[in-house]
Design a protein around this ligand. Structure first.
Ligand SMILES: [Zn+2]
Length: 117
């Protein structure tokens, strides 16, 4: 159920951003989510649409980019994108790899609707 708390914090960030720019609403929110972040994207969208009603995001659309898993090899330092969950360096076949992408969750952009005065 941590999707609810993710949505709550996303909306929190939007509210702070809106306040900073004297915006009346948020138009679009774009987030990047790693494929192995453990977040259920459909559920996250559902939560967002339920939660947003009473907030600054009531008219906002949520755009989600799914980020592929990126490994960095400790032996040859090659960075590679893996489609399957094989945590092996495709260049030198070392298993000594570190996941440097694919578990993230961050806000890529927030589009606001400015208060026209
Ligand atoms: Zn390697």
């Amino acid at each position: 159920m941590h999707e609810y708390s993710i949505v709550a914090s996303l909306i929190d960030v939007c509210e702070k951003e809106a306040k900073k720019h004297h915006a009346k609403a948020i138009k679009r929110l774009e987030v990047s989510i790693g494929r192995l972040s453990g977040i259920e994207i459909h559920f996250l969208e559902q939560c967002f649409n339920t939660f947003k009603e009473e907030t600054i995001c009531h008219d906002a659309t949520l755009a989600i980019n799914v980020c592929e898993v990126v490994l960095q090899c400790a032996s040859c330092h090659e960075k590679s994108v893996v489609k399957e969950n094989h945590f092996i360096c495709p260049k030198c076949h070392s298993e000594d790899v570190k996941m440097i992408g694919g578990q993230e969750l961050h806000i890529k952009s927030i589009e606001i609707i400015e208060d026209e005065r």
